[in-house]
Design a protein around this ligand. Sequence first.
Ligand SMILES: C[S@@+](CC[C@H](N)C(=O)[O-])C[C@H]1O[C@@H](n2cnc3c(N)ncnc32)[C@H](O)[C@@H]1O
Length: 535
Amino acid sequence: MQSRRGSSGKRNAGRQGSNGRGKVGAEKTVREKGGRFGGGQSGAGASKSVEGSGARKSIAGVPVEVGQQVTLEIVGLTHEGEGVGRVEGYTLFVRGALPGDRAQAEVVSIGKSFGRARMTELLSPSADRIAAPCPIYDSCGGCQLQHWSYEAQLRWKQQHVMDNLARIGKLPVVAAGSVNSDSPASEESNERPPVIVHPVIGMEEPWRYRNKAQVPIGFDSEGGLVGGFFEQGTHDIVDMDACLIQQEQNEETVQLVKRIARSLGYSAYDRETGRGLLRHVVVRHAEATGERMVVLVTNGKDLPHADELVGLIRDGVPGVKSICQNVNTDRSPVIFGEETRVLWGSDVIYDDIGDIRFAISARSFFQVNPVQTERLYRSAVNYAALTGEETVIDAYCGIGTITLFLTKHARRVYGVEIVPEAIEDAKRNAALNGIKNAEFEVGDAGVVMPRWQAQGVSPDVIVVDPPRKGCDPVLLETMLQLRPERIVYVSCNPSTLARDLRVLEDGGYRAVEVQPVDMFPHTGHVECVALLVRE
Ligand SMILES: C[S@@+](CC[C@H](N)C(=O)[O-])C[C@H]1O[C@@H](n2cnc3c(N)ncnc32)[C@H](O)[C@@H]1O
């Protein structure tokens, strides 16, 4: 595998991919957010530490000092994939450490309630520790759990959901299948039945699942264009041509586009000076149709040799149906700018989930794991328990994916979404599938839903699928006023899910069950579908 380094900084020895005991190298703990070849898993690489920033060496009441060697039993894992160990009750986070590990570690930063330590020796490994198959796992931040068996990952994700519901949501929880989990609370008891958390639906083959790659472009020490991932702890981009969680078609497309960009003499964007042309290469592959999309994100509208570029991509990328340029001159790390131009072909590619076809444009949200997406949506539709007579609202509807699944079982479904192009796609998708009982509106769900309420829309079921920060308080309030019989909450963040479930419970709903789905194997992320019923 080719792996050329970007502009500056030293390569760090990194994470413990080994499954044996042994000394481990120096490791940086500040990671760049987003933008790896795996691409765009928000938060997956966002851990921060304060070492080297003038942090205090000791704090009154904290039992460890910076620089101190400690022996830790790792008893938990954060959603960022850091091991959790304790010294006299004080919490230390250790990157690369896994539950069940016993590790020697050096304290690198401390705060009042927790600190961070760097593993210096793995004294005895967890029984579930394995060798990470990816050769660049140590330096890339795209995955955090490749060195843990997949079964252990799934077990932990279920427990992680339960812990969040209990700790943040203050909800009684029970794992499905454990004693009495399926029996209702006794009639005499005033206790509400616990929320049943099902085992995580995992993948049979948890590799090569991503249908979208977002590759940051930079330059190496000779000024040559590279593209791959941000090396952990630096702004350097490491050139990379292979990623085990990425679909091979995307790998192939990215490799070719990088070669073409080099041959046309495109300069790479310099994140420090804000100069240079090419910022990101974003590619999508539609598994069901084989269609591919290529988007070049450029720092400005000028794209030299555009015709030649299009010709070379068309010649070299099988199934390419859309070649776009997105213009982003902003200095922020956000990948896309507002303006997208079609250089050749269509502005969308088509993919299927189940028996519904979807048009997907460059900036639209579309789940990245097609195998698991269908399972996730089926769980949501099951929880909605529709008979064909209901009115349903799908808030945060994106390009109408869940909405259109729901239309088959409901009288009418209303979808609301804040990104205008996504709503255009949603309308196009409804027409494409001959669906007439869906209505879409662009806007903030917290504004549009009260308007629908004023217009007399009275939903029997509301489905929400918000971003990681969870539902807006005004939307939660609107749901409580609309009083649907059921609420189906799809969430990519168990902690905001737990917070919002508490609000809904306090407002007269009861969380009944939660189905976690592993949309992002080998990362600390887990998606959930929760069912709430009106009490
Ligand atoms: C997790 S995605 C879910 C999309 C869709 N349900 C799916 O599965 O493809 C969340 C969506 O919420 C949209 N969104 C974010 N804030 C919003 C708001 N305040 N009102 C409406 N939509 C919003 C985002 O643009 C994004 O499309």
